[in-house]
Design a protein around this ligand. Structure first.
Ligand code: ZN
Ligand code: ZN
Length: 332
């Protein structure tokens, strides 16, 4: 099969790899689409040559392991799958937090091979059935699940005023869910005019341009979706007494905060990553119900040959939202 693999100098090359075969508990999917994620943009710079990235995918089941077949899985089903394997039995797995399992294997970010490939192997336990009518929009289940998990971490309540720092794909998914979970006001702050201009499509009631002055204050909830130094402090400063701050941005360098303001307001700060199966399934249901318009998330599609150019474009500008890689479809 064809796959877009990382080269030793962190570019991409379309290579020929053996088609995956299912272990007993697995499915093999013919990939319909796989989104490019901000974490791919970060990870591709340090993962070794040969790595196949891609963790936001959907596709048609083309092979079923024996155990998966006993559980009712059949060829032809259209599915999205959580891009991870875990033991399924420990307290973290049973409690809905498979990403904290000791056997956790993140797919497409250095663990099992990802879905920038014609075929991908996935654990059947991670898969959720989709209506084939969704087509490649099924690749949005994963990023929407990130948004739901993050919004839930904020314990958002009806009537809340919420701030979202960062209007990229994570911010857009978080805004979508904050509104659905009852926030009446969602202000999205982003330096990019393109992102501010489209924020209302994802539920934002107002936008803020950091170039025009400090963030407004007094929010019940502030969600940091960027991962750059200074923004945890900005989120703390933006909430009122007993405010909740959720950090979903992945900052890889030291980031200083002055606790005083947070102490005086008794701010609750939480960090959020991944999602549980229920959140993944809820995101699939949201798409199925038409609760989000996939076309506002997806700005374009590329074939496997276009992955390198797509990464360069996403790293250089913020005019694209989600770019979908469609390994089995010619893109012109
Ligand atoms: Zn992702
Ligand atoms: Zn486990």
């Amino acid at each position: 099969m064809r796959a877009a693999a990382l080269t030793v100098d962190h570019g991409f090359a379309v290579v020929d790899l053996p088609e995956p075969t299912p272990s007993p508990a697995d499915l093999v999917l013919r990939v319909a689409a796989c989104g490019i994620c901000g974490s791919d943009l970060k990870a591709h710079a340090f993962l070794p040559g040969g790595t196949v990235l891609g963790h936001e995918y959907c596709g048609e089941v083309v092979a079923v392991g024996a155990e998966a077949g006993e559980q009712g899985w059949r060829e032809g089903a259209f599915v999205a799958a959580m891009p991870l394997a875990s033991c399924g039995r420990c307290r973290w797995c049973v409690g809905g937090h498979p990403n904290h399992c000791a056997a956790f294997d993140p797919q497409g970010v250095g663990g099992a091979p990802g879905a920038f490939a014609e075929y991908v192997r996935v654990p059947a336990a991670s898969a959720v059935r989709l209506d084939p009518v969704l087509g490649d929009a099924g690749a949005l289940v994963e990023p929407l699940a990130v948004g739901l998990h993050t919004a839930r971490a904020a314990d958002v309540r009806p009537g809340d005023r919420a701030l979202v720092i960062g209007g990229g794909n994570v911010g857009a998914a978080v805004s979508t869910w904050l509104r659905r979970l009852g926030a009446t006001e969602v202000v999205v702050s982003d330096p990019s005019a393109t992102r501010r201009d489209s924020a209302h499509l994802f539920g934002a009631t107002d936008v803020h341009d950091p170039a025009e002055g400090p963030l407004p204050g007094g929010f019940d909830v502030a969600v940091e979706c960027v991962g750059a130094p200074g923004l945890v402090q900005a989120a703390i400063d933006a909430v009122g007494p007993l405010g909740r701050v959720v950090v979903a941005g992945v900052c890889t360098v030291p980031d200083e905060i002055v606790p005083l303001g947070a102490v005086l307001k008794e701010v609750e700060v939480r960090f959020a990553v991944y999602y549980g199966f229920d959140e993944f399934a809820a995101s699939a249901a949201l798409l199925a119900d038409g609760g989000v318009d996939p076309s506002v998330f997806v700005t374009r599609r590329v074939g496997l040959d276009g992955v390198g150019d797509a990464f360069r474009a996403l790293l250089a500008t913020s005019t694209d939202r989600k770019i979908l890689v469609t390994p089995n479809t010619e893109v012109r």
